[in-house]
Ligand binder design. Sequence first.
Ligand code: ATP
Ligand code: MG
Length: 566
Amino acid sequence: MSENNIPVNEEVKTPVSFIEQIIIDDLEAGKNGGRIHTRFPPEPNGYLHIGHAKAICLNFGMAQKYGGKCNLRFDDTNPVKEDVEYVDSIKEDIRWLGFDWEDREYYASDYFGELFEYAVDLIKRGLAYVDDQSAEIIAEQKGTPTKAGEESPYRNRPIEENLDLFYRMNEGEFDEGSRVLRVKIDMASPNMHMRDPIIYRILKKEHHRTGDKWNVYPMYDFAHGECDYYEGITHSLCTLEFEVHRPLYDWLVEHLKSDDYRPRQIEFNRLNLTYTVMSKRRLLELVQEERVKGWDDPRMPTLCGLRRRGYTPESIKKFIDMIGYTKVEAINDVTLLEHAVRDDLNIKAPRVFGVLNPVKVVITNYPDDMVEELELINNPEDESMGSRKVHFCKEVYIEREDFMEDPPNKFFRLAPGREVRLKGAYIVKCDSFKRNKRGEIKEIYCTYDKETKSGNEQSGRRVKGTLHWVSARHAVDAEVRLYDRLFKHENPLEDKETDFREFLNPDSLEILEGCKIEPWLADAKPLEKFQFQRMGYFCVDYDSTPDKPVFNRTISLKDTWAKINK
Ligand code: ATP
Ligand code: MG
């Protein structure tokens, strides 16, 4: 225990979450024979987003930490929206995060037979009935939380008739929407989910795993609790919106007529991020309407999007650790996620020179044909990352914004008559510059001081500004994609009156051509990560080739979160 009585996890010295505490207590009490078994249950109807990562880290993380198991279970109860494309991407993303379900890859559809039998059993026990009314009428009869619902005229149908109709529903005799199977609980329950919920509907659709075997499919609410039970799940961890469904899940498992054990459902708060929408349905709309370039567009909060953007699994896990698990819905500040990736890449990413908006500097007193190889360290945070050779010659590119014709006093970069250090090379002084016809700065003329070569401490000369640069003769052209937030509004779904698309940021992607990079970077492989000094962290894009290197900016170097929270 810590001083303020918060239980402390000895291994990492951070307070354990309320969920972890429940698990610890259950294990200590010897519940379920000391077993812990969790599951991650995605519906294969879209790609995973960072919200799912929160559920993945919890379910797999707890099982891992306490010597248990975690199943991957695809909740494929709705053949209309599901696809194998999604199944494959979900598996890839979970693996990328570093988790393993071993041989425990399950599907709710694996249990369609058992679920059907259970439904039949409920009918036989007078606990379920076929309702011939439309879904709209059934919804109207549901009542409100303060007003009891109305019983269906079919509620007391004879058991034999129910059985006959349910079998015929499955044989394909009736149209979609013409009949449903409902469980008979209590139309006056204060919990709306207990008011005779629908457990089976007719869907004459091919299922990606069971083909045309079924014409009726179980509702998610019917399948979920039983699947947990069939798989021996001890702790069924899910998001808060399922709290009100829990009595139904418990009721259904209770009526399975077995009493060996019960899965325990525990709810936690969803991950929401500012300036982001976190719903597969909305993300699918953005993809289908081509407002982004696919699920893995680097502006998307999907795991494949974040990966392409340059996020590491470690940065995502670290962020999830920082926000923790509570019982209160909130929106997490996206700058905290950005802080986590900066922190991680700061250690991992080698420093390189990349000039995004180049302007040429000619060092007039440097010999025309001379080329020097300068040695630069790759990461001051980690000596083991070594050093590399960088060419220097008479002409170099610097960042256009690092020169000003008429600068204010505090501008410690290049300007007529001022001096800067070219990082790892020399101090240069600007003597003059030339404009092109459009009036833009075309070339800047400098002289260098030979005595100031980096590492030559005797020169004793210091200047305030240090610039990154790339040798003009050696540089390679690259395309760089800069990203801003996809939405301009902190909570794009907050205002129900306004379509969230209206909050899309028209400037969320800026493509720069003709950026200048160190030549060896052209051979870097997709997803390799670098810090372009002073410009941010960058990651090689899948579109990159040695002839046309393409980099995504993961994030700039300015850490607003760290500043605010100092
Ligand atoms: P969405 O609302 O984005 O469409 P979903 O809840 O329908 O997501 P599922 O495939 O059903 O998506 O989710 C699988 C698991 O991931 C569920 O247990 C769900 O609770 C969890 N999950 C989904 N979104 C979040 C989130 N934002 N934060 C934490 N867990 C989440
Ligand atoms: Mg869902």
